[in-house]
Design a protein around this ligand. Structure first.
Ligand code: PLP
Length: 500
């Protein structure tokens, strides 16, 4: 934390324009002042500090994701309500990298390190601690944040050893406000909607179709900002814990008798008719928040880049977001390369895996079958192009896991102290396969992205441990032992189990 001071920032900025040096010093002393500010004044304080910010130096805009088929001059302000480019393709948020690169890597490292673990609004958030790289133009008082991010990255020593690895790490993105990494994107999107509404744009509400976690995050952040939210959920395809979240947060919940892809089609039609802001991962704003998890990983390793990052993928926005985060660190000189990424898919919903096997030549959407990894049960991923681009840029690979493999992997890793959701199970199953094939070497530093909290998926875990899942051996099941209230019987079981 005191690294900023230790680095002697002033000294390392001799090559910067004078004005920049000055602004930086003012900002640092202002940061100290906020430490004595009362909680009730946090937003006022942010407003008071606003003129000292350098955010007006930086800016970002929407551009078409792929310029090969579109007008190279096409661009839009982030204040426009727009989801697709003129030719119907995806949009991308593009930052003014030239402006950001005025500052040397040491500046950014020190600035980001300095903000970790603070309460200064909004920089105590893991997302907004990278505000200049995320959404530089927004006023701090318009930000809707629950201090998301800053999730722990832990050394999975015992499970790593079981797989013959020295450096297995798990990034716990699910240790978050609503229990999944979706919070990282939603704080950015809802902040922007908040700004647009304050600017007088007629946005009645914000809506999404969801496999569960998106709606939980959306409804929480919308509720925090008093913005109405509407969620379309596939009936009986999400966990009870996921369903209860938007209900509790006061969202209008439509439970629709279809799958995720069906919900997605419907919400697109609805948002074309009504002034409801669409919060799906089609929306590139969310990816700006999600990419901070990748920046955070570099930061947590003192700006060393791991060899591998394994990430479960459904709609495939997150893999591109991670790539963007790693790429930005590299481009601005904080790191020297990007890691190789692995997208892990459930075999029952594996369109990217199939395309990968065909050399990314012919991608075909598919009908996704049921999977315990319900948040990635997607047959026609919105961000397929983003994912294929990211993977080809980082020499990435795609793996798949059967239902039994993903549940076994989650349960096996749980036995070493983790508590994995089925999606993290998909990533862990991919890891096991890549270790067995030798693709990942024993000394490769590898990060598994845990995307949700295991407590959101207790139903399937209980079914596994009760050996209730048809066709499963449930190899790592650990069912509770039923016993009467009787000392002798309890002792019998203990002596049998403890071998005494
Ligand atoms: C949304 C989600 C994913 C998939 O992320 P994509 O960006 O759609 O690939 C994976 N795991 C969990 C728990 C999720 O909520």
């Amino acid at each position: 934390m005191n690294k900023a001071c230790a680095l002697g920032l002033g000294a390392s900025f001799t090559d910067l324009p004078k004005s920049n040096q000055k602004t930086h010093k003012i900002q640092r002393s202002a940061g100290r002042e906020t430490l004595v500010t009362r909680a009730t004044d946090v937003k006022k304080e942010a407003q008071r500090r606003a003129p000292l910010e350098k955010s007006n130096l930086f800016n970002a805009k929407y551009v078409p994701f792929s310029t090969s088929t579109s007008d190279p001059n096409e661009q839009y302000s982030l204040d426009e309500v727009i989801y697709r480019s003129k030719n119907g393709g995806l949009l991308d948020v593009q930052h003014d990298m030239e402006a950001l690169s005025i500052y040397p890597p040491e500046y950014w490292k020190a600035l980001f390190d300095e903000r970790v673990g603070k309460t200064s609004w909004p920089y105590g958030s893991g997302v907004w601690s990278k505000k200049e790289w995320v959404l530089p133009g927004i006023a701090n008082e318009d930000i809707v944040s629950m201090f998301e991010g800053n999730s722990n990255l832990f050394w999975a020593e015992r499970f790593g050893k079981e797989l013959g690895m020295e450096e297995l790490w798990v990034k716990q993105c699910g240790n978050s406000h609503t229990g999944s990494f979706k919070d990282l994107g939603m704080t950015v999107l809802v902040s922007q909607v908040n700004r647009l509404r304050k600017m007088g744009k007629p946005l009645l509400a914000v809506g999404c179709a969801s496999t569960g976690d998106t709606s939980a995050a959306l409804s929480a952040y919308a509720a925090a900002a008093a913005i109405p939210s509407i969620v379309f959920l596939p009936a009986e395809k999400i966990s009870l814990a996921q369903l209860v979240q938007p209900i509790a947060n006061g969202a209008l919940v439509l439970s629709i008798d279809t799958d995720f892809d069906g919900c997605m089609r419907l919400i697109r039609e609805v948002t074309a008719e009504l002034p409801i802001y669409l919060a799906n991962s089609l929306n590139s704003m969310r990816l700006e928040g999600q990419k901070t998890a990748a920046i955070e990983i570099c930061q947590q390793f003192d700006w060393e880049v791991p060899e591998w990052v394994i990430i479960p993928g459904g709609n495939l926005g997150n893999v591109y977001a991670f790539f963007k985060g790693f790429q930005m660190c590299k481009e601005l000189g904080l790191t020297d390369r990007v890691p190789r990424m692995v997208v892990a898919q459930a075999q029952n919903a594996n369109p990217l895996y199939r395309a990968y096997k065909a050399g990314f030549e012919n991608y075909e959407p598919m009908r996704a079958e049921d999977t315990f990894a319900s948040a990635i049960q997607i047959g026609d991923p919105v961000s397929i192009d983003r994912a294929m681009y990211a993977l080809s840029e980082c020499d990435g690979i795609v793996e798949e896991a059967s239902e039994e493999e993903l549940m076994d992997a989650a349960a096996r890793a749980d036995m070493t102290g983790m508590f994995n959701c089925p999606h993290t199970g998909v990533a862990l199953a991919a890891l096991i396969k890549l270790r067995e094939s030798g693709t990942i070497a024993p000394s490769d530093r590898t990060v598994v992205i845990s995307t949700a909290h295991g407590l959101k998926f207790t139903g399937s875990k209980i079914a596994y441990h009760s050996k209730e899942i048809e066709g499963f051996a449930s190899t790592y099941a650990n069912p509770p032992v039923q016993v009467q209230e009787d000392f002798g019987k309890v002792m019998d079981i203990l002596s049998q189990k403890l071998d005494v």
